[in-house]
Write a protein that binds this ligand. Structure first.
Ligand code: MG
Length: 453
């Protein structure tokens, strides 16, 4: 039996040809169109822009979503193969009522998904996401008509619009003067073309790796250490200043330093924040599972950090509400509102290169300056009752901890933080600890795991 489609605030994800078919995609397009009609003036002309990552299944799913939207009277602007943040930028640039991205992000190639954005370029809030989900599940589509079918058009300008916005937030001349050598591994995803263009415009010598947008992933697509051995080798061979790795929809970025060592995705946001906080002070936002490096950087600049539940939409919303100067998530997702409220590997690359140019330092030295933490992550099978009872037991075990219960519970103690949270998509809980050394982090993890026995 086919496994269930996963539907969350950020959209729908499934296995292509099994539970994710063009018929499903068309219905999801109709459900989104129904929501857009129900929240707009009766005679409003509504435009939605649609992009996809490079997976081979993307075109037929995109065509199906387009037919669903257009059959419900929505005009569709096809952006072709583009990054997820590009779609967010184009939603606002083209004054669209919404955006759609066909992507399964870092998941293996048999998966694909459909992400939705509202007119503010952000994922729908939970109540809207639930409304669209119910509408999709019971196929209760908008039926006030008759509707004229929507028009379908193509827009090829999105790379230029995106890159211009990124170039606006850095000193491209100062970066170009450094003539950085950069290896860019795009895993044959959507990020190669705009990523390569951006780096070229920043005066870098670009060595592209896995740069054909075929969706035939040259390695498992999540930008983690074990998947980026080829990038490390290429950085070493080229004597490059830095290696960058994008995930297939190019919202996440991982970094390899000039010694050809993978430094970990937590450092992407930290390095970007280091640059931004060196220029001005203010507020940053990130989720509860992200490293304390960000707090250290903000504190040194007289700034502060807001912690949100896990999920890009939660971080982006907190950033908008608090006018944050930088934000994102510890998985390599950097958000700069000057460009858009979406995690963006192009933004991350530009900010990191600007930091290198400004300090005259190297990635390894900068990472050593801001780092020195050890993080460990565990997941164990658990239903919601088990998560609740574990959190209650941990509260008794750590009575002096500062608590944040907005997403499971984060316990902040002077020498460690722990985050216990239920997964949104699987019957598991995650337990994360970060301390200055491995022994301390492990001691706290062991203490929590003992409570589960
Ligand atoms: Mg992604």
């Amino acid at each position: 039996m086919a496994s269930e489609l996963i539907i969350t605030v950020s959209g729908l994800r499934g296995i292509v040809g099994e539970n994710l078919t063009p018929a499903v995609a068309a219905d999801y397009g109709c459900a989104f169109a129904s929501f857009l009609h129900s929240s707009s003036e009766a005679d409003a002309e509504l435009n939605v822009c649609l992009g996809r990552d490079s997976r081979p299944s993307g075109k037929s799913l995109a065509d199906a979503v387009t037919s669903g939207l257009a059959s419900m009277g929505i005009n569709v602007i096809d952006l072709g193969i583009v990054t997820t943040p590009t779609v967010g930028i184009m939603v606002k640039h083209l004054n669209c009522a919404g955006g759609v991205i066909i992507t399964a992000s870092h998941n293996p190639s048999q998966y694909n998904g459909i992400k939705l954005l509202l007119d503010n370029a952000m994922a729908p809030p939970p109540d809207v996401a639930e409304h669209i989900k119910i509408c999709f599940e019971i196929r209760d589509f908008f039926s006030e008509g008759p509707l004229e079918p929507g028009k379908v058009s193509v827009n090829n300008k999105s790379d230029d619009v995106h890159i211009a916005k990124v170039l606006d937030i850095v000193d491209s001349k100062a970066i170009a003067e450094k003539h950085f050598t950069v290896v860019l591994d795009s895993v044959n995803g959507a990020g190669a073309r705009p990523g390569g263009k951006l780096l070229t415009q920043l005066g870098c010598k670009v060595i592209p790796l896995n740069s054909e947008p075929t969706g035939l992933f040259a390695h498992p697509p999540e930008p983690t250490a074990e998947n980026l051995i080829g990038l490390c080798d290429a950085v070493k061979k080229a004597g490059a200043d830095v290696g960058f790795a994008q995930d297939p929809d190019a919202d996440r970025l991982a970094i390899v330093d000039e010694t050809a060592s993978y430094i970990g995705e937590e450092y992407t946001l930290a390095l970007a924040a280091k640059l931004v906080f060196s220029q001005k002070t203010g507020v940053a936002a990130t989720n509860l599972s992200t490293s304390r490096m960000l707090d250290d950087i903000a504190a040194a600049a007289g700034g502060q950090v807001i912690r949100t539940p896990v999920g890009e939409a939660n971080v982006a919303m907190a950033m908008l509400e608090n006018n944050c100067i930088i934000g994102g998530e510890g998985n390599g997702g950097v958000i700069d509102l000057r460009v858009g409220p979406v995690r963006d590997s192009l933004v991350a690359m530009a900010l990191v290169l600007q930091l290198l140019a400004r300090t005259g330092s190297t990635v390894s030295k900068l990472a050593a300056e801001i780092g020195g933490y050890y993080m460990t992550k565990h997941k164990i099978p658990a239903d919601s009752n088990k998560v609740k009872s574990l959190i209650e037991a941990a509260m008794k075990l750590f009575p002096d901890a500062r608590l944040n219960t907005s997403d499971g519970c984060r316990f902040d103690l002077p020498d460690v933080w722990l985050h216990i949270r239920p997964s949104n998509t699987e019957p598991i809980m995650r337990i994360i600890a970060e301390a200055k050394d491995k022994q301390t982090a492990q001691r706290y993890i062991d203490a929590v795991l003992k409570l589960t026995k």
